[in-house]
Design a protein around this ligand. Sequence first.
Ligand code: HEM
Length: 498
Amino acid sequence: MDILTVIVVGIVLFFGWWYVLLKPRSGLPPGLPRLPILGSLPFLDADDPLKCFLQLKKKFGDVFTVYMANRPVVYLNSYDSIKEALEKKGENFMHRPYLFMLTESLGDEGKTSYASSSGREHKTIRHFTNKVLIRKFGFGTKTYEDHIIKEIEAMFEEIDKNEGMSYDTSDLISMAIANMINVVLYGHRLEYNDEIFGNLLHALQQFCIDMETGQILNIFPWLRYMPWQRSIVDKMAKRKVNQKHIMEQMIQRHEEGHEDVQNSFMTAWLDRMEKEKRSSNPEPVFNNVQMRLVMNDLFSGASETTKNSIYFLLAYMLHFPNLQTRIQASIDEYIGKTLLPTMEDRKKLVLAEATILEVLRCHPPVTLALPHTNLLDDTIGGYHIPAGTMVIPNLHAPHHDERYWNDPHEFNPERFIDGDGQIDKLKFDNVIAFSMGKRVCPGEALARMELFLTFTSLLQRYTFTLPPGEKLPSLKMKLGLTLTIPPYKICAVRRYKN
Ligand code: HEM
């Protein structure tokens, strides 16, 4: 080959490479430019991604594309586009894409977890899980309410020990909320000083930290082979071994017997496993590894999200003490001081319900839901979405859409109360913090109960105040897998003694 040919081939290859990399993918929704290697990253505001997405929505419309390195990611930022993908075309968009941290962190021993799986396996597990959670445990019904109330009483005992003192309630709320799902998984609650329970919660916190520090590996999965990124991957591997060990301890304990074990998700799973064995299903789904993964998903899905929402609610009570007083007055009027609130009181404690909705609207805890993908070529909002595109429902954007909400950036629970003093049904439905369609959060009914009962019971018994010398908690949310705010201290003052 002469020198001229080499030069020509070199030029063609060089520009061809740039053309392939930089050319916007045909038909995809409009969006940020794509730079080599980095994709659209330099154009995003890492400090406040949610605000940045709202600006992009103004510029490009409800559906836009952002490139994570070379991978196009389509963000859905309106009710219509989210509904179109997750409900109308839900069968196609219900799948999960491969994301290094999510898929590898949650999966184990060659199996993907419930939350990150797709296809037949996911459908079978979801169907079984919903059946057990709803039929057996009565998620969202009176049967389950008693467990929650029992846990709230245990939480009161702990708060009373610190009465009037300044402290961070985060760990206590975590334990109480985690126990509300432990009852389902294992058939009984755990003591707050139980060592394995402590380890379980610690592992969960570590998971959240891993998901945050490992975000870079979702964008550039090949970085995991670089020595300076090894520590993230090694930490994740260690945490997984640890988590597996803790879950096995919990399972062993369960097998050793406890008076309530029969009435647990785990027993239901083991029964189903036996049934599947007897039917000699050629493609079995129910096995021990999958059980551990599903229970882990339910535990982590239930714990951080609900705990964070309660933590936000208490922070708002410090920012809006008058609102706290008004909610307390309604509790005193309709329930009094002796009986704890129940779900039947929801219609009466309208301001409390509206405050919970407003917090979920302003800060949907799983803001970017979990990523979805489509099996087949499809369209959203008229744009072509090639099969296998990562699609992210941005739940924060419709919650802050001026077409649906007046002053969407204001915190105003009263927006949910209609002319008859009841919760406005349309506005209730427009809070889509639990997502929608075939992957809608399976814990929605449980979470709504936990939020209402915990929040109203806390305000019935205590007034929450800012400790002397402390600053008001920051309400600036940090976006990880879930939204978080920085830790803060609070005083819980008993309103009455009985
Ligand atoms: C999935 C929100 C509580 C278990 C999700 C998703 C959201 C969400 C947005 C993603 C849906 C999607 O992919 O489109 C919330 C919020 C909660 C909460 C805001 C509380 C305030 C719970 C509870 C449980 C739970 C109590 C357990 C019973 C799960 C699981 C998934 C999930 C297992 C994955 C489902 C699947 O992939 O099919 N949740 N959740 N969550 N949630 Fe929740």
